[in-house]
Design a protein around this ligand. Structure first.
Ligand code: FAD
Length: 402
């Protein structure tokens, strides 16, 4: 159930947790920031890892939950439109072409919202997240590019209520948005807009360092990286150079415990509860992927349509064999020698899944891995925590018995 207590002042008596305190979700905490505020009052209902309620919240946010007889809904969630898009004039330094930052700037400039929750980085560390409520386009621009670390975006929620803001845009990933939707009615807003990105395999700041140290040739100069549709990780360095490492060459045996336990237990890759989702994985290489979930999402997209080049989504190839084979390979921590990994990358890029089928490949690989993780580490949570659509996705594959 969502938190809909009519007495909205109740939560103000609650006390935020100290940063050193153990979180209610324990090791599954994704540090979304809710418990850093008095909204911790609602944590038992709101936390994505204590109370999975995607179907109920979809119903509230979009007017319906996923149609379980439609496999496209299993994968991509409730949607009324999808496309591939890129900015005709990309924003320098954005993660992709900067569609997310552009929408946020337009909403602020046109007075549609008074503030935007987004995440900048600290002065000392480009990957250390620093959530803010941006009130100027400059502050939004300074938040561009992924902070590939768990980020307490909701830690600014108390400031919203205190500021008296009535129209707000929140940018965030799935676990943050699930908790946000659960407390939405308590925020005292007239209108909340939610702009989401897909998210997977996030890490703590220490985990990120281990990933960079084991994978990049120059960990200290990485400014930005992405697992791309060409089956390679692309690292961008300070001097503007790009380094690519094939997925199949990653040192999986060393990286197995690098991802946060919350991300290993997450089944909301595609940010089911945002009004509009901007990612890349359902689009051709170099393009972004847009999923419009409801009329609010369409309204947000319309604001920037004249700055975008678009094309319909496409789907090519068949992911299923590759996913099935990846399940035992991941379990055993298989790493190919670099020459074989590069060769495999070239072959799979030519004949492998593309467009929406690439997105299905990535969702299947992560959901099967995560299902096994929850089954092995939190068996008591398996039934309630895994949404029905995810059970259907995982049910297409043969998994190890234990
Ligand atoms: P920009 O204009 O550069 O804006 C990026 C926005 O993201 C900023 O507003 C910032 O506030 C916000 N942000 C940055 N880091 C975080 C964070 N840690 N938590 C919450 N908000 C944050 N897309 C896919 O299709 N497949 C994936 O597997 C995938 N994995 C991702 C993993 C992570 C950890 C993140 C943060 C995003 C991921 N995305 C994924 C989304 C994708 O990488 C881009 O963020 C998205 O396409 C928007 O690009 P842009 O150029 O429009 O964003």
């Amino acid at each position: 159930m969502t938190a809909t207590t009519p007495d909205s002042a109740k939560h103000k008596k609650a006390k935020a947790l100290k940063s050193s305190s153990r979180r209610p979700a324990k090791e599954l905490c994704s540090e979304c920031g809710l418990c850093d505020t008095y909204y911790i009052h609602y944590v038992k209902e709101a936390c994505a890892f204590l109370n999975q309620q995607i179907a109920e919240l979809e119903e509230e946010a979009h007017g319906r939950s996923r149609h379980l007889d439609n496999p496209d809904d299993w994968y991509f969630g409730v949607n009324q439109n999808m496309m591939a898009a890129r900015k005709t004039e990309p924003i320098e330094g954005a993660q992709w072409t900067g569609i997310v930052s552009t929408i946020a700037i337009e909403m602020l400039n046109r007075g549609i919202v008074e503030g935007v929750v987004c995440v900048q980085n600290t002065k000392e560390d480009r990957f250390q997240p620093m959530p803010i409520i941006a009130r100027t386009p400059e502050e939004i621009l300074a938040a561009r590019v992924n902070k590939p670390t768990l980020s307490p975006n909701l830690s600014v929620l108390e400031q919203i209520e205190q500021s008296g803001m009535k129209r707000l845009l929140v940018i965030g990933v799935g676990c943050q948005i699930q908790a946000l939707r659960a407390v939405e009615k308590q925020l005292g807003l007239e209108k909340l807009y939610v702009l989401g990105t897909p998210c997977v395999d996030n890490v703590t700041r220490d985990g990120l360092q281990k990933f960079l140290d084991t994978t990049s040739r120059s960990p200290e100069t990485v400014v930005h990286y992405e697992f791309m549709q060409d089956f390679r990780v692309h690292f961008k360095h300070e001097d503007g150079s790009t380094e690519t490492v094939p997925f199949f060459g990653l040192k999986t045996n060393q990286l197995k415990d690098v991802f946060a336990p919350s991300c290993m237990s997450c089944f909301d890759y595609v940010n089911s509860l945002a009004d509009l989702v901007v990612g890349y994985m359902g689009a051709p290489f170099g393009w972004q992927w847009i999923v419009v979930r409801n009329d609010t999402g369409q309204e947000m997209l319309d604001l920037v349509q004249n700055q975008l080049e678009t094309q319909p989504v496409m789907s090519k190839g068949d992911r299923r064999n590759a996913v099935q084979q990846s399940i035992p390979a991941y379990d055993k921590g298989v790493t190919l020698p670099m020459w074989a990994a590069k060769l495999m990358g070239v072959v799979i890029e030519r004949i492998g899944p593309q467009g929406l089928e690439y997105a299905r490949f990535s969702i299947d690989s992560h959901f099967t891995r995560n299902y096994l993780y929850v089954k092995r580490n939190h068996p008591e949570k398996l039934e309630e925590h895994v949404p029905e659509y995810a059970k259907r996705i995982v049910g297409q594959y043969k998994l190890p018995e234990s």
